[in-house]
Design a protein around this ligand. Structure first.
Ligand code: ZN
Ligand code: ZN
Length: 411
């Protein structure tokens, strides 16, 4: 369990390092109803550092499940304007910063009709499009943090009773979030500096391709978007104010070229999406597109993800993380992208971030496409960084620069 002081430090990290809320700004906390105590702590910290107003956009995963089991597919696909579009319009107009608390129960939709789940997800993504555009382009500053819930902790530590599982997960998250440091905000500043040094190395080399291989069958060449930019930890909002979108974050990432991906990649960790677990899968690409895929666990769910639209069949992100990151070291599989994606190198099906190409926010959709940037309503990360993965960068002259050996950075 964390002490009250550590909880306050955690809330402060979300406000000051994560969203980097500025004095006089409005804040929106997005979270499940189970997180109300931590949400209130964040709200108090936000006011302590000068927030103008704090709003909360509640989600309720138990109600999500009740709806999924009882409503018909047409009603599930109608997203009333009042529930999302109108709120998003206000948030964008008033340039709020967003703090999401991610706590999804990996099994919340277990046993629900996969067609309904996929259709409702597409409808929700469409209704939520404006906010996602505003955050993905850094028009609004945003961050995601995470805390244990009983359902989630019980899935992560199935042998413990729910109370103990929650305690154990708090311990893991406390270490991962550097809340055991004397000054967590300072510890985060140092960590961010290391990530930025590596990102600068990758940017200086301007690789044409990244090549990954391992013993489980991965042999994948990922072309990088023309004029791509590697980004780590802190990004800059369109207003010039830095922020850290994911906390924790260990990744350095950029945009693949969506016509230059070839070979096969095998997953390293299960992919948890919408309450479904997909595992032991492999994906084969040719000229940037998925041409074949297999999955021993959750094939239908994988098929559902890959049916969202045309763009989901290519990649929008490649991210590098060493196996010695505190999350990977913890050895805990969280069944939650925020943690698991930071435990392992990953790729993402679907949209790329406009910020991962030079002047991306000023480019037209046509110009983005020419650079190999991918567009889709989806963005789904999946983990590929095994402990034995070797990764090289290959520049435009064909020079090969080793980046990873046996799962860890060597630069
Ligand atoms: Zn990522
Ligand atoms: Zn991602």
């Amino acid at each position: 369990m964390l002490t009250q002081k550590q909880m306050e430090n955690f809330a402060e990290l979300a406000v000051r390092v994560g969203a980097n809320m500025q004095k006089g700004q409005e804040v929106v906390i997005r979270c499940d109803v189970q997180c109300k105590d931590f949400a209130h702590l964040i709200a108090e910290k936000a006011y302590e550092f000068g927030a103008k107003r704090v709003h909360i956009q509640w989600r309720d995963e138990v109600l999500d499940r009740i709806n999924m089991l009882n409503a018909d597919i047409d009603s599930l696909c109608e997203v009333p304007d009042i529930s999302l579009r109108a709120q998003n319009k206000y948030f964008i107009k008033n340039k709020v910063c967003l703090i999401a608390i991610s706590t999804e129960d990996p099994n919340k939709l277990k046993g629900c009709d996969p067609d309904k789940v996929a259709a409702a997800e597409v409808a929700r993504l469409k209704a939520d499009k404006d906010r996602r555009q505003a955050t993905m382009s850094n028009y609004l500053r945003w961050t995601i943090v995470s805390i244990p819930t009983r359902a989630w902790a019980s899935q992560v530590f199935p042998d413990l009773d729910p109370e103990q599982a929650v305690d154990k997960m708090w311990d893991a998250i406390g270490h991962i979030m550097r809340l055991d440091a004397d000054n967590p905000t300072e510890a985060w500043r140092q960590h961010i500096a290391t990530l930025h040094r590596r990102a600068a190395f990758l940017n200086a080399h301007n690789f044409e391709y990244i090549h990954m291989t391992n013993k489980s069958g991965t042999d994948l060449t990922v072309g990088l978007a023309t004029d791509h930019v590697w980004i780590a930890a802190e990004e800059e909002g369109q207003d010039g104010v830095p922020f850290t979108a994911n906390m924790p974050t260990e990744e350095i990432f950029t945009a693949p070229h969506n016509r230059k991906i070839n070979g096969t990649v095998v997953n390293a960790l299960p992919l948890v999406n919408n309450g479904n677990v997909i595992d032991n899968f492999s994906i084969t690409f040719k000229d940037g597109k998925v041409v074949d895929y297999k999955a021993e666990v959750g094939y239908d769910a994988l098929k559902g993800i890959l049916s969202a639209d045309e763009g989901v069949l290519s990649l929008g992100e490649i991210a590098l993380i060493g196996k010695n990151s505190p999350i990977a070291e913890s050895g805990v599989l969280f069944f939650n992208t925020l943690f698991d994606e930071n435990a392992s190198c990953h790729l993402a099906f679907g949209a790329s971030y406009p910020t991962t190409v030079k002047d991306g926010n000023a480019l037209t959709p046509k110009q983005l496409k020419e650079r190999g940037m991918n567009s889709s309503i989806q963005h789904v990360d999946f983990m590929v960084g095994t402990k034995d993965i070797d990764i090289d960068g290959i520049d435009y002259d064909g020079n090969v620069v080793p980046l990873f050996r046996d799962g860890e950075w060597i630069i």
